[in-house]
Write a protein that binds this ligand. Structure first.
Ligand code: FES
Length: 103
């Protein structure tokens, strides 16, 4: 099911995550290498706010204990074994430029 994120791709800045809330759940939205990605908003470790994380190479880094996730897949970095994989969601742009998440 596609749901509106309430933001446009043009609102995003490369490698600067934002929070989007859809149906009561938070997501981390990241423009990375020109494509928009969505991951679960809360970290798989202790629910840290991934939407406040930072980007390092191809990974989103949790602001609480530095757990690292592949932005394009949600896979946890084996060098930060305290986190497990998180979910990655496809994001599309409609004809008006609004972003839709597939949940
Ligand atoms: S809450 Fe994210 S690494 Fe601990």
């Amino acid at each position: 099911m596609a749901e509106r994120l309430g933001v446009k791709k043009s609102d995003l800045r490369e490698n600067e995550p934002i929070k989007a809330n859809v149906a009561g759940k938070d997501y981390a939205i990241v423009l990375h290498n020109g494509s928009v990605h969505a991951l679960d908003g809360l970290c798989t470790h202790e629910q840290g706010p991934l939407f406040e994380g930072s980007v390092d190479n191809n990974e989103l880094i949790c602001p609480w204990h530095s757990g690292a996730f592949d932005i394009e897949t949600g896979k946890a970095d084996e060098n930060t074994p305290w986190v497990t994989d998180t979910r990655h969601y496809a994001v599309e742009e409609d004809e008006s430029g609004e972003l839709l998440i597939q949940i």
